[in-house]
Design a protein around this ligand. Structure first.
Ligand code: PHE
Length: 470
């Protein structure tokens, strides 16, 4: 029973939930997608979606977890046996994300080591070789990427094995405030670079990018909406059973409504700050070309930025990648905890046994992902038109397909099956009044599910298919 002990303090819960939400999605995904989708329009749509949908879905997930006291599968099952599969679907999304997230976490660790080498002038630094070559090396040499993914997985597993209060809460309570501090230092450096103002205008001035010829035309509404939607699910860790699991560890006297606002604010704030750090700097050193280039934004363009910073470069580079690796770690911990907690409940096994089992299986999946760029290389065209390898495929299935689908069904389940009052009662169980309950009930029934359905149909390519047919 001890294995299922919850968070010791409200602050610990908050930092763990923020740790889950803040990850590669914020520090890399947000600036990257914002850069590739016209800057300002993306920012506005993202904020609107986070407010109209993100808050509503996260609230449902946290309350489902706390009221039932179970992980995703158990939570749905304890309310209605007919909906148990919805919990399983969330677990499937978490498992898919886990496989590629730990591979990416390994990449971050590699860059921590390389930057440390640069700093002390050691042989394991880049020795004048640019970030592009390090990245190419990771893709083409599976032994290096697998070794780092293994190391990352091992750290994640050790924390999860130490339990919720002992491991997860402790790591996140120290790490998240530190991450915030490091981010501020990086922003000051980035925004004071000569020429940084253009990047800021790209982010904040509507129409500036087109008027100044930075991009030929504003990106289409649907393209920006799908990018912002996918980003929202991923960034807020929605539709993957994580917030249900973390909710189940929260004490009954915690004011969930306040915690929710804090998590959302922190997550959006960090994404925004990461944009403030990365977009001006990349604008200065690589212009628009550096901005829209997927993974190479972080692993190629940014190292270029650090290399051009003179003596401060290696220090900022190291500090930045330590921060990214840490953010990735706390997110990965939440995904592994979701899988482990559910397995513990389903198979009635100890935390240690389940952590080991999940760790071994996830390592095997991460190895396949690392081999996807070399031994198992293939090219697949996604409904969005992008070319995908294994990592992109897993990202697509989880992020563009499963997460909006599960979130849509969660809205239907909460809004129409158990009814909003069920959630409202849980929000008020701590003795605090839930001020926006009428608005919440309206949104979860009529607004959020419609937006979810549109996002799902659009990102799964159904709209495009229909357009082609007629
Ligand atoms: N929210 C994390 C990020 O932004 C990723 C994540 C997705 C974590 C789903 C848990 C579940 O990087």
């Amino acid at each position: 029973m001890n294995d299922r002990k919850g968070f010791g303090s409200n602050f610990g819960f908050l930092m763990a939930a923020v740790g889950s939400a803040v990850g590669l999605g914020n520090i890399w995904g947000f600036p990257n997608k914002m850069g590739a989708n016209g800057g300002f329009p993306f920012l506005i749509l993202y904020l609107a979606l986070a407010l109209c949908c993100g808050v509503i879905i996260m609230l449902g997930e946290l309350a489902l977890g706390r009221k039932t006291g179970h992980g995703a599968v158990g939570a749905y099952q304890s309310i209605s046996k007919r909906f148990k599969w919805l919990g399983w679907l969330g677990i499937a999304a978490a498992a898919l994300i886990f496989s590629f997230y730990s591979a990416l976490g390994g990449y971050c660790l590699r860059y921590v080591v390389v930057n440390f080498g640069n700093l002390i002038g050691a042989e394991f630094g880049t020795n004048g070789v640019g970030g592009a070559d390090v990245f190419q090396g990771l893709l083409s040499q599976p032994d290096v990427s697998i070794a780092f993914a293994l190391a990352f997985m091992l750290i994640t597993m050790l924390v999860v094995m130490s339990g919720v209060g002992g491991g997860i809460e402790r790591v996140c309570s120290v790490g998240m405030p530190a991450l915030f501090f490091i981010l501020i230092i990086c922003i000051i450096r980035s925004c004071t670079l000569p020429g940084a103002a253009d990047g800021l205008k790209y982010m904040f001035v509507p129409g500036w990018a087109v008027a100044n010829g930075i991009i030929d035309e504003a990106p289409g509404f649907w393209r920006v909406l799908t990018a912002a939607g996918g980003q929202m699910f991923f960034s807020l860790s929605l539709g993957a059973g994580v917030m249900i699991t973390y909710g189940s560890y929260v004490k009954k006297d915690v004011n969930l409504s306040r915690s929710l606002s804090q998590i959302e604010l922190f997550d959006t704030g960090v994404a925004f700050l990461a944009g403030l750090m990365i977009i001006p700097a990349v604008f200065v050193f690589s212009g628009m070309d550096g901005m829209s280039s997927g993974p190479s934004l972080m692993f190629v363009s940014l190292p270029k930025v650090f290399a051009s910073m003179g003596v401060a470069g290696p220090v900022i580079g190291l500090v930045f990648f330590v921060m990214v690796a840490f953010a990735a770690l706390t997110s990965c911990i939440s995904i592994m905890e979701t899988l482990v907690a559910n397995c513990m409940e389903i198979f009635h096994q100890s935390r240690k046994a389940m952590s080991l089992t999940v760790g071994v299986l996830a390592t095997a999946a991460a190895v396949v992902v690392c081999l996807g760029y070399n031994v198992f290389y293939f090219e697949l065209t996604l409904p969005s038109g992008a070319t995908a390898q294994i990592l992109d495929l897993m990202d697509y299935i989880s992020n563009s397909f499963l997460m909006p689908f599960i979130s849509f069904l969660t809205c239907i389940f909460v809004g129409w099956v158990i009814k909003p009052q069920w959630i409202i009662e849980e929000m008020e169980a701590s003795g605090h009044t839930f001020g926006r309950k009428k608005l919440y009930a309206f949104m979860i029934r009529y607004v959020t599910p419609v937006i979810m359905a549109v996002l799902f149909l659009q990102s799964a390519g159904v709209f495009n298919l229909v357009q082609e047919l007629f």
